[in-house]
Write a protein that binds this ligand. Structure first.
Ligand code: NMN
Length: 327
């Protein structure tokens, strides 16, 4: 194989592996056996070793950087990452609906989504490439945790169009990763994490990306900060577009045209919650139409067009029952 052929082969293997990885981690529908994936991966590794000048930034071999950071740089959010106001019961959801309809004086539809209990993060893509990832921090300034976020396999290093956008979501630790991690910690005489949220937050704040890589985090993307040239007019259209671009979005969202439908959704997930493979702590309800969102605007702290219904806090999480805590 000459140099030019090697370059082409490296590019082809990289694209193929990224596609398989997308099917495996984002769609949860692998199309080839692991052994075949592993063989192609080794082939790519060997070629990249021979021709390091052709290693692409979005090669699957480049997810885990080899140098630990000294500290995290600060990142300013151009669009602040605000938190949501809360509702704790049916009446407060109805009050929210009343405020929305009074503010708009027209028909309204909502999108209900699961509120994943993890860590809010922001991902910036420039011309389709993942260039920066940050924590929410105080909402205006967060920390640059790009190195750690790159280790999350369901975060695409390149998306399907050359879009420039800042997308937001929740990085979290699935129950399976959490149980494995805590079992190992107990075995090594270390203190187990109290819950998956703490474990996810602790993992993303490690200066050594190798540690984050071992923690097997996952992500759901659900919002947009900035999006150059986007013509989309609703939140639901944005969710669909994010999925098309290759982002992992949570499939359990629903468009509701009445507050009763919203309440049904909340009640359904209050019961179904223990059967999910990850932790949720509530339901997020958003006005779907972006023009209506704009019309409603913000209070000093949060948008008027969204609310987070919070489930009652559970005494002990189901996930912890299986593991012997040494605390
Ligand atoms: O570190 P990566 O490349 O993500 O691989 C971790 C494990 O996941 C490996 O065992 C690999 O075989 C598996 N995997 C399988 C597929 C597939 O399409 N069968 C894709 C990505 C990762």
């Amino acid at each position: 194989m000459n140099r030019e052929q090697a370059q082409k082969k490296i590019e082809k293997l990289k694209n193929l592996l990224n596609q398989y990885s997308y099917e495996y981690y984002v769609l949860d529908q692998p199309t080839i056996p692991d052994s075949e994936y592993d063989q192609l991966y080794r082939e790519l590794e060997q070629l990249e070793e021979q021709y390091p000048e052709f290693i692409a930034d979005d090669s699957p071999t480049q997810r885990v950087g080899d140098k630990p950071l000294d500290f995290f740089q600060k990142v300013e959010h151009k669009v602040p990452m605000l938190s949501l106001s809360n509702a704790f019961n049916e009446q407060e959801l109805k009050d929210f609906h009343r405020r929305v309809t009074q503010g708009l004086n027209e028909e309204v539809s909502y999108v209900c989504e699961l509120k994943i209990d993890g860590l809010a993060v922001s991902l910036t893509y420039e011309n389709g490439k993942f260039v920066r990832g940050a924590t929410r921090g105080d909402g205006n300034v967060g920390e640059d945790i790009t190195m750690n976020l790159r280790t999350i396999r369901s975060i695409p290093l390149t998306i399907k169009d050359k879009e420039t956008l800042e997308v937001r979501g929740e990085a979290f630790m699935p129950h399976s990763s959490f149980l494995k991690l805590n079992e190992e910690r107990v075995k090594n005489g270390e203190e187990p994490f109290a819950n998956p949220r703490n474990a996810a937050a602790g993992s993303l704040r490690q200066l050594d990306p190798k540690i984050a890589a071992e923690r097997h985090l996952d992500i759901f993307l659900y919002a947009v900060g900035e999006w150059e040239n986007s013509q989309l007019t609703s939140h639901s259209a944005r969710l669909e577009k994010l999925k098309e671009l290759g982002f992992k979005t949570n499939p359990e969202w629903r468009k509701c045209s009445t507050i009763e439908e919203v309440i049904d959704f909340v009640e359904y997930w209050s019961k179904e919650r223990p059967n999910l493979p990850y932790e949720i702590d509530g339901i997020v309800i958003k006005v779907d139409d972006l023009r209506q969102q704009e019309k409603l605007g913000f209070t000093a702290k949060s948008p008027r067009w969204a609310i987070a219904y919070k489930f009652p806090a559970e005494e002990a999480m189901t996930v912890l029952k299986d593991i012997e805590l040494s605390v």
